[in-house]
Every structure is written in structure tokens, then in C-alpha cells.
Design a protein around this ligand. Structure first.
Ligand code: SF4
Ligand code: SF4
Length: 172
């Protein structure tokens, strides 16, 4: 089991955001709540790129203000996580939330059930490219460019809806 670093300060979450990863297990209800919240409050994704730096954290992690931009509707997995919990509890939580999340086939089986937040909410094509690389398996760059030239944004979304990614709700 990989050791988790304790980033808390005086027994309190320091809001460092080190646990705010871009792929989370979420349920259908959480998905709906977050979607309506970001629409109502016109919340935009935090850009991954910042000057020469590139961040791979959750698109709702506001690293400028050290807060979660969807705090009141953040998924249960985020509410339950504390980096100062015993390792066994963290692992148990992880299994629990992965099981109750809604299933998709975006990533290999070992870490399935994780959802790229930005792909769902903003149609981030970085994630789409990851999917294409995995599922179309272009042999070289020309293959990839040819594939992309043959398609357009709407078709890419169609791929998600119909083929490459099969969405199946398995919880509430
Ligand atoms: S729970 Fe997350 S945000 Fe809070 S201190 Fe630990 S790693 Fe940082
Ligand atoms: S939803 Fe909020 S608390 Fe959860 S990973 Fe994203 S920024 Fe962190």
C-alpha cells in the first residue's frame, strides 16, 4: 500500500490541494448536482497551464485562492478524504467510493470508475485525446492526425456517447 503524505496543519486540513486529483469516482446524483451548480454560478475550470507550469489537478481546485470552487457540492469522496486518516481507512474509503461511482470504460480496469471532471463538464479535449490514443491506438502521429482530420468536435462527443466510452449508471 502506498504511503499517503500527511499535509494537515495543527490537525486541520491545510487546503493545500494535494489530494485534488483530476479523476474522481462520482455518482449520477453528484454529477447532476455539480453540473447544475457550475451552471448556476458560472464556474469555469481552473486552467491547467500557468506560464511554463502545467498542473494536473482537479479542474475545480482553485490553486490561487486555495479552495475548492464547488465546495458545497463536492463529491462524497472528497468529503471523506483526509490525508491524516489511517492508511487502512483511506484504502477502505477508496474501494467504497470506486464501487458506488458510476461506471465508465475510460481507463483500464484497475482504475475504472474514475471520471475526468473536466471532460464531463467542459468537454476538455485533452481527456478526449487520451481516450483516442488508448482506443484508436494510432501507430504514429500521421495516423492520429488523419483520424482527427476525418472527424470534428461533434463527432468526438458522439464517440463518447456511442462507442469509445460506454456510460452505465451503477448507483443512485
Ligand atoms: S486533506 Fe487534501 S487538501 Fe487537506 S491537507 Fe490533506 S492533502 Fe491537503
Ligand atoms: S471537487 Fe473540490 S475537493 Fe474534490 S478534488 Fe476537486 S477541487 Fe478537490
Amino acid at each position: 500500500m502506498k504511503a499517503i503524505t500527511n499535509f494537515t496543519c495543527n490537525n486541520k486540513c491545510s487546503n493545500c490541494g494535494n489530494c485534488c486529483i483530476p479523476w474522481l469516482p462520482i455518482t449520477k446524483t453528484e454529477y447532476k448536482n455539480i453540473k447544475s451548480y457550475i451552471k448556476k454560478h458560472n464556474i469555469k475550470p481552473i486552467p491547467l497551464q500557468d506560464g511554463n507550469n502545467f498542473y494536473l489537478d482537479c479542474c475545480f481546485h482553485n490553486r490561487f485562492e486555495h479552495k475548492c470552487n464547488i465546495y458545497s457540492v463536492r463529491p462524497a469522496v472528497c468529503r471523506a478524504f483526509r490525508c491524516d486518516l489511517p492508511e487502512e481507512k483511506i484504502q477502505k474509503n477508496k474501494e467504497h467510493f470506486n464501487q458506488r461511482a458510476y461506471y465508465n470504460k475510460i481507463v483500464p480496469d484497475t482504475i475504472r470508475n474514475l471520471k475526468p471532471m473536466d471532460l464531463l463538464f467542459y468537454g476538455d479535449y485533452t481527456c478526449l485525446l487520451m481516450l483516442i490514443m488508448r482506443d484508436v491506438k494510432p501507430k504514429n502521429m500521421k495516423d492520429l492526425v488523419d483520424f482527427l482530420n476525418k472527424t470534428n468536435n461533434e463527432e468526438l462527443i458522439e464517440l463518447i456517447n456511442k462507442g469509445i466510452v460506454k456510460l452505465e449508471w451503477s448507483d443512485d
